[in-house]
Ligand binder design. Structure first.
Ligand SMILES: [Zn+2]
Length: 383
């Protein structure tokens, strides 16, 4: 095990900012933290990063790719996309899979299970399809959507095993509430999303064990004062975390700020990034669909439907703090401790405390990522 000491930095996590501090990494864990001048330990490598802020590594509950590569397209593309997001501070990634032919989803699930067993920064898979409302499908191919049939569910569980971390379900589909219970019983986080459900039905899904809302506000009915819908149900339930895509496109910054105020400690900033994240404008594929990216906005060809984002989590942090006016500790929490809680890993991910994972992001004064350690390894050095 080699030790790394990072000194002369501010530490910033969900518990607040600790100016002029140090942190000692030992292998894949944080060994100690402290204030400047107080019992600073020796280490194999020392980095003095004056003027920088260190946060815990970002955890992305929902992403589809980056750098021109998509998570649905096999091992090489998964690794290429992950490398892009790691360089932007994401140290733990859930691999989201879009609606595709069932055999293809099964193949992807088996692949992610294998990769997650080898690579601790790959958390597992997220089935965003196929159990989605056809009228709220976003960038999922309609021909591959299906009802949450127990036979289909059994095949998916068989292929992915315990590496399936999350599934998105529209609660109004036949059998959906039973499916929520079945997935929760298998230890999988169930999200309500891509849905037409009203408030009452959404509450039923939460009572059945769903604990997450897939990109709140997007791909669901908006709030009406006589028909509050799934958004109000999500805000109102303290058991539920709200995914938010904070790229300045998916939701207005004022609505993002309201979300943080109305659901304290329950917002998870996700990317929902497609292949163009960290890449260039142009033509891309998302699953079986064609997408055009212009000025960083991804749209399904021939429609006004947003097709995922081109976001990286460092940009979401910058947008939260500088545009939406979110308190810095609350913004960092939404990228670190809150998603760790959703995954049930908040005892080892999401804080800069001894015993936690050596996942650390060094940011300059303008919130730009300068250096990343993921599971103790310097990102870029291990490629
Ligand atoms: Zn998605």
């Amino acid at each position: 095990m080699t030790t790394t000491l990072i000194t002369d930095v501010d530490l910033l996590d969900a518990r607040g900012r600790r100016p002029d501090s140090w942190i000692l990494l030992d292998g894949d864990r944080i060994a100690a933290v402290g204030e400047a001048g107080v019992a600073v330990p020796a280490a194999d490598t020392v980095h003095a990063l004056a003027g920088h802020t260190l946060t815990p590594g970002f955890i992305d509950l929902h992403g589809h790719g980056g750098g021109g590569a998509a998570y649905d397209n096999g091992e090489d593309e998964i690794r290429a996309a992950l490398a892009v997001h790691r360089a932007h501070g994401t140290t733990r990634s859930v691999i989201s899979l879009v609606a595709n032919p069932l055999e293809q989803i099964e193949e992807s699930l088996r692949l992610v299970a294998r990769l997650a067993a080898e690579d601790p920064t790959i958390v597992g898979s997220h089935l965003e399809g196929p159990f989605l409302a056809i009228g709220r499908r976003g960038a999922h191919a309609p021909e591959y959507l299906s009802e949450p049939d127990p036979v289909v569910i059994a095949r998916l569980l068989d292929a992915g095993g315990s590496s399936i971390r999350q599934v998105t379900i529209a609660p109004e589909l036949p059998g959906a509430i039973a499916a929520v219970r079945q997935f929760v019983a298998a230890g999988i986080v169930v999200a309500v999303g891509h849905t037409e459900a009203d408030e009452k039905l959404t509450r039923e899904a939460f009572d059945a064990g769903a604990t997450l809302v897939t990109h709140i506000f997007n791909a669901m009915p908006g709030i009406h004062h006589r028909d509050p819908g799934p958004i109000v149900a999500g805000f109102d339930d303290d058991r539920v975390t709200l995914e938010l895509v904070l790229d300045g496109v998916h939701v207005h910054p004022s609505v993002a700020q309201m979300t943080f105020r109305a659901a304290p400690h329950r917002v998870a900033l996700v990317t929902d990034a497609m292949a163009a994240a960290g890449g260039d404008d142009g033509y891309y594929r998302l699953g079986s669909l064609n997408v055009t990216v212009q000025n960083g906005v991804a749209m399904l060809n021939g429609t006004q439907t947003i097709a995922g984002s081109t976001l990286t989590q460092d940009s979401a942090l910058k947008c939260a703090v500088t545009t939406a006016g979110v308190d810095e500790a609350r913004a960092v929490e939404a990228l670190t401790l809150t998603p760790a809680c959703v995954l049930g890993r908040d005892d080892e991910w999401g804080l800069l405390e001894p015993g936690y994972a050596a996942d650390v992001v060094a940011l300059d004064a303008e919130w730009n990522v300068e250096r990343v350690w993921a599971a103790g390894s310097v990102v870029g050095d291990d490629a």
